[in-house]
Design a protein around this ligand. Structure first.
Ligand SMILES: [Zn+2]
Length: 227
């Protein structure tokens, strides 16, 4: 059974890779605006994380103003199934997209199991028909702050975390400090007494970004703002 982490180049997937130690870290290059910066960081990794880069599709024309791509995780999991039979999604608490929730994971797991493993009449059935197909999200109830804390407690390097991950959606060399992704990353780092590097102080975008922050992670953000 091969465990495949859907690796995005972001802080969460970097920490999860170190904690979960998947067989394959898979970066699927969707050619979206952040792809260039994500790939730069991945190429510079210089750590024990080895990333497989899959360039087979281009979804740039589907990228929305909010930087999301419709059906993103469904497409990523389908491609992930070419590499292994457990797919790990790097979601943390506070993400409410339907393509990360329990219902989505169960349905996708069932469908791929049906197509690739249970498909006795199915010519595309997988080579290993006995293995179950699993879609997991082991940190879905963990906040970003707790994820960083666990990463550090496991003896991993803070310097590597800052150097080798990019979470910003702006696609700039230095993370913008204004987008919701930067804001949440800043909060998780601040709560762990780590100073990140951003073009603008994320604290200044607090008012704008607090509107997007779900109630479940408000205490995490408020803790960072009070520091
Ligand atoms: Zn940003």
């Amino acid at each position: 059974m091969d465990k495949v982490l859907l690796y995005s180049g972001g802080m969460d997937s970097f920490c999860i890779s170190k904690l979960e130690k998947p067989d394959i870290n898979l970066y699927i290059n969707l050619r979206t605006k952040c792809a260039e910066q994500e790939l730069k960081r991945i190429h510079k990794l210089g750590t024990d994380i080895k990333v497989v880069i899959d360039n087979r599709i281009n979804l740039a024309d589907q990228e929305m103003a909010s930087y999301t791509v419709p059906l993103r995780n469904l497409i990523l999991i389908c491609i992930g199934a070419f590499y292994g039979n457990e797919i790990i999604i790097g979601s943390v608490k506070g993400e409410y997209n339907t393509d990360t929730d329990e219902n989505f994971r169960a349905k996708t797991q069932e469908l791929i199991q049906y197509l690739l493993i249970d498909g006795a009449k199915n010519p595309m059935a997988w080579k290993d028909k006995t293995a179950p197909f699993i879609v997991s999200a082991p940190f879905v109830n963990t906040t970003k702050t707790e994820l960083v804390q666990r990463y550090i407690e496991a003896g991993n390097s803070v310097e590597d975390l800052l150097k080798h991950s990019v979470s910003c959606v702006a696609g700039t060399e230095i993370e913008c400090g204004e987008c919701a992704s930067c804001f949440r990353k800043w909060a998780a780092l601040t709560n762990n007494d780590i100073q990140g590097t951003f073009m603008k102080d994320p604290k200044l975008s607090a008012e704008k970004n607090m509107k997007y922050i779900a109630d479940s992670i408000k205490p995490e953000i408020e803790r960072a703002l009070s520091k």
